[in-house]
Design a protein around this ligand. Structure first.
Ligand SMILES: NC(=O)c1ccc[n+]([C@@H]2O[C@H](COP(=O)([O-])OP(=O)(O)OC[C@H]3O[C@@H](n4cnc5c(N)ncnc54)[C@H](O)[C@@H]3O)[C@@H](O)[C@H]2O)c1
Length: 280
């Protein structure tokens, strides 16, 4: 079913790589014009070029207010309106035991992830309010829904993004603007390779690691899985969905566990049919 975003204009931050790149491609395939923003110029320009006449790339560091404002203005300049804003840019950030994290690294992580999303929402809202329509999509994580899914600063930032999504959804709904977020577990991108293996180039290895640990047997999550969730939230099909956090996590946060038989044996209520699991 192509054409689900026909005539719409989207801005995506962090669009040079991974989830942002996959989402830009999906949105263009579905009929949207996409403005890509990132700090990796060569990659971003190449992605935009590969998407043809329905995409353009601009340098945008999401921690710089004037650059975020400019990026959104470019979107509106090209097409006269803004339908979709996806605040996706991200880093793993500070990674250390809590008693060893440097304040500057903690603050930098929150600056990119939280302040970057805040600025994207702020300027998207300013463009969308007069139109009385729009869909804002923020990138959260399973690390923003539960403890133990990521480093401390990253988890704090992603929890903040879920909160910011809900609060801005409550304010902006009166203008016809919806704000939702997506919470993926590990999906195969350079960021995941960096987070889990310390090497952003280790794409084959991270695919294997994520597939092995997935609750869905042998199935690693992909950037395209997340792009498809973003497509739903961007399209009119989600017209009554607001303030929602859509997980793309193979069930991790709803209780599904890693596809490891050893693990299942250790879950008491799954031992034998007909037994409650509380007998011993
Ligand atoms: N890959 C995963 O496992 C996973 C899981 C949950 C959430 N996420 C989130 O998805 C988003 C995209 O990550 P990804 O996995 O595609 O990683 P990625 O590294 O492939 O892409 C992230 C992009 O963000 C850009 N970026 C970083 N700092 C920026 C800044 N200051 N301004 C503008 N752009 C900047 C990078 O240059 C890069 O192109 C992030 O917010 C991440 O936290 C990823």
């Amino acid at each position: 079913m192509a054409g689900r975003l026909d005539g719409k204009v989207a801005v995506i931050t962090g669009a040079s790589s991974g989830i942002g790149e996959a989402t830009a491609k999906t949105f263009v395939d579905e009929g949207a014009y996409v403005v890509l923003g990132d700090i990796q110029n060569d990659l971003g320009l190449a992605v935009a070029e590969s998407l043809g006449s329905k995409a353009s790339y601009f340098f945008c560091d999401v921690t710089k207010e004037e650059q975020v404002e400019n990026l959104l203005s470019e979107g509106v300049k090209i097409t006269g309106k803004l339908d979709i804003m996806m605040n996706n840019a991200g880093i793993v950030g500070a990674r250390a035991p809590i008693d060893q994290i440097l304040l500057a690294e903690f603050q930098r992580t929150l600056e990119v992830l939280v302040a970057g999303s805040f600025l994207g929402i702020k300027y998207a809202a300013a463009k969308m309010k007069p139109q009385e329509s729009g869909s804002i999509i923020n990138m959260a994580s399973t690390a923003g829904l539960s403890g133990g899914f990521g480093p401390h600063a990253y988890a704090a930032a992603k929890h903040a993004i879920v909160g910011l999504t809900r609060n801005t959804a409550a304010e902006l709904c009166r203008y016809g603007i919806r704000v939702n977020c997506i919470a993926p577990s590990g999906v195969v991108t350079p960021l995941a390779a960096q987070a889990h293996l310390g090497d952003f180039m280790a794409m084959d290895e991270i695919k294997g690691t994520l597939a092995e640990n997935s609750p869905l047997k042998g199935r690693a999550g992909t950037a395209e899985d997340v792009a498809n969730a973003a497509l739903f939230l961007a399209s009119d099909e989600s017209g009554y969905t607001n303030g929602h956090c859509l997980t793309v996590d193979a069930g991790f946060t709803s209780g599904s566990k890693s596809n490891d038989p050893q693990h299942m044996v250790n879950v008491p209520f799954m031992r034998e049919a007909g037994k409650t699991g509380l007998e011993d």
